[in-house]
Write a protein that binds this ligand. Structure first.
Ligand SMILES: Cc1cc2nc3c(=O)[nH]c(=O)nc-3n(C[C@H](O)[C@H](O)[C@H](O)COP(=O)(O)OP(=O)(O)OC[C@H]3O[C@@H](n4cnc5c(N)ncnc54)[C@H](O)[C@@H]3O)c2cc1C
Length: 306
């Protein structure tokens, strides 16, 4: 016999845990299954979460798990969900335990998808060594600590100009490194130039630095451009293979399409956080979305308006 829950929350980041907390408080029987691969694990401190500014991200999640698990009708477990399929009166969820925790095979009436997104950084030598300390991807999260520094911005996508203009709000010494990619047409480069932002198109050999941190960009021709910090435009992906059987609608980016309350195209399936459009957001935004989806789910179950 499978165990039966009111709600299974897939993903234990701020979106999933916030949904679970509010659903537990609504006396729903809740199970959170978390693969424990947070996107922000590379970083030492999280910023911008009111009352938690500067908290280590793993502490934020641990406190969240403890708060949810403090309710006797809620469980939080490390497990990677392998499949969600239709079952009588709901869904069957199969998960593989991680970090020594057991596999799970449960039945639930409702699902909250809060699996976040994964990111791929440009393939630059030593990028990983400095990512999360000197190099970041979220300027709203980490720009303040890098204010007025000589900044690098790395990216190879079509939206570099928009990103660069935003980053320049934190420093007037910004160089965009395209690593030889065919991006930033002349009109966009001119727009950046007018804003005091330089563009370096030569290929990159490696990022320089050591224990002292990131110190500059070594170009393929041997030139070193001194820099002390920077930002990077990753590529993002939504990994939703485990949902394939349900036919949940996704957008062109592979993100789960939701209404204003987090309802997906499939009745009983909800989504919150970075896995919903527009994708990468912030911790407090994800947590807020989790609380909102909990309200809608609970009211839908009660048959009253959200
Ligand atoms: C390097 C970095 C630094 C950041 N710094 C900040 C900051 O300072 N301030 C800020 O506000 N925001 C910051 N962010 C953004 C913030 O981390 C995200 O917006 C936020 O974590 C999104 O929350 P989420 O709950 O939607 O997803 P996540 O936090 O990504 O959590 C999703 C969880 O779901 C799990 N999961 C995925 N698939 C499955 C599955 N099949 N089964 C079970 N579990 C699964 C993952 O392992 C993960 O634990 C940063 C992001 C990065 C990458």
């Amino acid at each position: 016999m499978s165990e039966v829950y009111d709600v299974v929350v897939v993903g234990g980041g701020p979106a999933g845990l916030s949904a679970a907390l509010n659903l537990a408080r609504a006396r729903r029987r809740v199970l959170v299954l978390d693969g424990n691969r947070p996107r922000h694990a590379a970083t030492l401190l999280s910023h911008g979460f009111l009352t938690r500014d500067g908290i280590p991200p793993l502490d934020l999640r641990r406190i969240g798990r403890e708060e949810v698990a403090g309710y006797e009708n809620a469980e939080v477990q490390f497990a990677l969900v392998q499949s969600v399929t239709r079952a009588e009166d709901g869904f069957r969820v199969v998960a593989q335990g991680v970090r020594g925790e057991p596999d799970r095979d449960v039945v639930t009436t409702s699902i909250v998808i809060a699996t976040g997104i994964t990111e791929t950084l440009p393939a630059l030598q030593n990028m990983r060594a400095f990512y999360g300390t000197d190099l970041h991807s979220c300027v709203e999260c980490d720009g303040f600590e890098k204010a007025d520094a000589p900044l690098a911005f790395f990216g190879e996508s079509d939206d570099l100009a928009e990103w660069a203009l935003l980053i320049a709000q934190w420093s007037d010494d910004l160089i965009v490194f395209t690593n030889g990619a065919d991006v930033l047409p002349a009109d966009e480069e001119a727009r950046l130039g007018a804003a005091g932002i330089s563009v370096e198109r030569r290929e990159i050999a490696e990022l320089a630095g050591g224990r002292e941190g990131f110190t500059g960009v070594v170009l393929a021709d041997g030139t070193t451009v001194p820099r002390t910090a920077g930002f990077v435009r990753p590529a993002w992906a939504a990994k939703l293979d485990f949902l394939a059987d349900l036919g949940v609608e996704t957008d062109g980016e592979g993100l789960v399409v939701v209404d204003g309350w987090g309802r997906t195209s499939v009745a009983g399936v909800y989504a919150a956080g970075d896995i919903t459009p527009p994708g990468p957001q912030q911790l407090i935004v994800a947590a807020g979305a989790g609380a909102r989806v909990a309200r809608a789910l609970n009211r839908d179950r009660a048959g009253v308006q959200a």
